[in-house]
Design a protein around this ligand. Structure first.
Ligand SMILES: Cc1cc2nc3c(=O)[nH]c(=O)nc-3n(C[C@H](O)[C@H](O)[C@H](O)COP(=O)(O)OP(=O)(O)OC[C@H]3O[C@@H](n4cnc5c(N)ncnc54)[C@H](O)[C@@H]3O)c2cc1C
Length: 497
C-alpha cells in the first residue's frame, strides 16, 4: 500500500544522496538484507559522481602494488593524511572495483580483455580504471541506480530533500523530508531508522568558479553541523588546474587529468611549457595561477592537438559546443574549486561524532586525502568507505517507536548560500589566502563560509591546497593535525584518535 505523503516511514537505514557513495551504500545495505530508504534531492545528472571523468584508482595491475598506491596517496597528502584511512582505501579499492564489475559496470578493457588502466597526475603507476573513456561516473551511477531502483529492499524517494536530522536524546534516529523543489512529488515527512548515512557530496559549488554541479553546496555538512556533529579540515578545498574558460554555460567544465596522462601540454602565452603536467594538482594549479598573474590573462592554453580525442568523447563534445576545435585550437583553461577534502569528521567506518549518524563519500572527512587529494581516489573512497559503513551498521540499535520519537523536526537552516558568499569564498578563500581576507570572511552571513574562514585562520601554514601569503611554508609541527570544529566553538587542531 502506498504511504500517505505526510506519514513517517520506518526502515533499517536511510541514505541521503544518490551519487556513487549513496547508491553503492544503499545497494550494499540491501544486499546484506537491510530495508533501505534512499533520499535523493536531485535527478542523477546533478551529482558530481555522474560528472566524474577520470576514473577509479585501485592497484589492480600485476606491476602495481597496494604499497605503491599508499605511498603516492601519502605523498600527495603532504604529511596530513590519516595513515589508517589511506591503508584502508588502497587495500580495499581493488576488491570494490571487482564488485562494481560483478554489479555490471563495464570498465574499459584492452585487446586481451584486461582492464585498460590509465596514468594520472601524482600516480606512479597505471592504476585508474575508466568506463566509456571519460564517462566513468556516468556509467557507474547509471548502472548502480538502475539496480537500486529495482531492488525490492530499496525504496527511492526521488525529488525528496533531507531538511533536518531527527535527533532524540542526542542520537540521530532519521531525518525530516520535504519535496526538493516546487513540482517535486509529495514525500513522507520523516524517516525513522537505526542508522542515517549522509552521502550528500561536496561543497565546491560554494565557490563562484567551480567544476561541480550547482547542488554541491555542502548541504550534508550544514545538516550535520546544525545537529551538533563535528566537521573537519574545512579549509582544505582542492582547485582543479584545468577547468574550461568560456563565455558559454560550459565555463568551469573540467578537462580531466587523464588527458594530460595521454600527452596534453600546458602552454604559456609564448607557447612554452611552464610546469610538469603530471605533477600533483596543487602544484599545477598554483603554476597556472602564477602564469595568469604574470601575463594578466584569464587563462593558459591546454594543447590537445596530439591527443587522441576519440578516447575522451564527452570532452570533445563539450569543447565543440563551446566553439573550440581541439584538433586545431589551444583550449583556454584556469583553476576552479573542485573537491572538498574536509567535511563531516568520521572514523574509518563512517561514524560521525553523533550516535546513529554516518557520512560517506565527499561529504565525509576521514583524513584520507590529507592536504591534497590524489586524482581518482575519491570515487574509490566512495565505494570503499560506503562498504565499510554498511558493514558497521549491524551494531546499531533498533529505531525508536514513532510514538517515542515524536514528530519529525522542522526544517533546519537553508543550505543554499547567497550569491555574495560564493563571490566572497572565491575572492577570500581561493588558491592563495591572506589573514585579512579570511578575517573578513568570518563575518559572512552564511554559517559554513564562516566555519571555512575560521578553519583556514587556525591553520597558520601553507600546505597542499591551503596556501597563505603570511605563512608561505609548511610547518612540520602541524604534521597530522586536523582542524576540527563543532557548533560555534573555535576550530581546534587535533590528531585523529
Ligand atoms: C567534473 C568532475 C569530475 C570528477 N572526476 C573524478 C574522477 O575521475 N575520479 C574521481 O575519483 N573523482 C572525480 N571527481 C570527484 C568525484 O566525482 C566526487 O568526489 C564523488 O563523485 C562524490 O560522490 P558522492 O556520492 O560523495 O557525492 P555526489 O556524487 O555529489 O552526490 C551527492 C548527492 O546528494 C544529493 N543531496 C545533497 N544534499 C541533499 C539533501 N539535503 N537531500 C537529498 N539529497 C541531497 C545531491 O543531489 C547528489 O545527488 C570529479 C568531480 C567532478 C565535479
Amino acid at each position: 500500500m502506498a504511504t500517505e505523503p505526510s506519514a513517517v516511514v520506518r526502515a533499517d537505514v536511510a541514505l541521503v544522496g544518490a551519487g556513487a557513495a549513496g547508491i553503492y551504500a544503499a545497494l550494499s545495505a540491501a544486499r546484506a538484507g537491510a530495508e533501505v530508504v534512499l533520499v535523493s534531492g536531485s535527478p542523477l545528472a546533478a551529482s558530481a559522481s555522474y560528472w566524474a571523468q577520470g576514473g577509479v584508482a585501485a592497484a589492480l595491475d600485476a606491476s602495481d602494488s597496494v604499497a605503491d598506491h599508499v605511498a603516492d596517496t601519502l605523498r600527495a597528502g603532504r604529511g596530513l593524511s590519516r595513515a589508517s584511512a589511506v591503508e584502508a582505501l588502497c587495500a580495499e579499492a581493488p576488491e570494490r572495483v571487482r564488485d562494481l564489475i560483478e554489479l555490471g559496470v563495464s570498465f574499459d578493457a584492452d585487446r586481451t580483455g584486461a582492464l585498460a588502466l590509465g596514468l594520472e597526475g601524482g600516480h606512479s603507476a597505471r592504476r585508474v580504471a575508466h568506463a566509456g573513456g571519460s564517462a566513468t561516473g556516468r556509467r557507474i551511477t547509471r548502472q548502480l541506480s538502475a539496480l537500486a531502483a529495482t531492488h525490492p529492499r530499496v525504496r527511492v524517494l526521488e525529488g525528496a530533500s533531507a531538511a533536518a536530522l531527527w535527533m532524540v536524546g542526542g542520537s540521530c534516529v532519521g531525518l525530516a523530508c520535504e519535496p526538493a523543489r516546487a513540482g517535486s512529488p509529495p514525500c513522507p515527512s520523516g524517516v525513522l531508522v537505526s542508522a542515517t548515512i549522509l552521502a550528500t557530496g561536496g561543497a565546491a559549488a560554494l565557490w563562484r568558479r567551480t567544476t561541480n554541479p550547482r547542488g554541491a553546496i555542502g548541504a550534508g555538512m550544514t545538516l550535520a553541523h546544525s545537529a551538533g556533529a563535528r566537521l573537519a579540515d574545512l579549509e582544505l578545498i582542492q582547485f582543479h588546474p584545468t577547468a574550461l574558460v568560456s563565455p558559454t554555460d560550459r565555463d568551469g567544465f573540467l578537462i580531466t587529468e587523464a588527458i594530460r596522462g595521454e600527452g596534453a601540454l600546458l602552454l604559456d602565452a609564448g607557447g612554452e611549457r611552464f610546469v610538469d603536467e603530471l605533477a600533483p594538482r596543487d602544484v599545477v594549479a598554483l603554476a597556472v595561477r602564477e602564469q595568469m598573474i604574470e601575463t594578466g590573462a584569464d587563462s593558459v592554453g591546454l594543447d590537445l592537438r596530439e591527443v587522441d580525442m576519440t578516447r575522451f568523447p564527452n570532452i570533445r563534445e563539450a569543447l565543440v559546443e563551446s566553439g573550440i576545435n581541439p584538433a586545431v585550437d589551444l583550449v583556454p583553461v584556469a583553476p576552479a574549486a573542485h573537491y572538498t577534502i574536509g567535511g563531516i569528521a568520521t572514523d574509518l567506518e563512517g561514524r560521525s561524532s553523533l550516535p546513529g549518524l554516518y557520512a560517506v563519500g565527499e561529504c565525509a572527512c576521514t583524513g584520507l586525502h590529507g592536504a591534497n587529494r590524489l586524482a581518482s581516489n575519491s570515487l574509490a573512497e566512495c565505494i570503499v568507505f560506503a562498504h565499510r559503513a554498511v558493514a558497521a551498521l549491524a551494531s546499531e540499535p533498533e529505531p525508536p517507536e514513532a510514538s517515542a520519537a515524536g514528530a519529525p523536526p522542522p526544517a533546519g537552516p537553508s543550505p543554499v548560500p547567497p550569491a555574495e558568499t560564493r563571490a566572497a569564498l572565491w575572492g577570500l578563500a581561493g588558491l592563495q589566502r591572506t589573514p585579512e581576507g579570511l578575517e573578513q570572511l568570518t563575518a559572512d552571513p552564511f554559517p559554513l563560509a564562516r566555519r571555512i574562514a575560521l578553519s583556514a585562520l587556525a591553520r597558520r601554514e601553507s600546505r597542499g591546497v591551503h596556501q597563505r601569503t603570511d605563512a608561505p611554508a609548511l610547518d612540520s609541527a602541524l604534521d597530522g593535525l586536523h582542524t576540527v570544529t563543532a557548533g560555534e566553538a573555535e576550530p581546534l587542531l587535533e590528531h585523529w584518535s
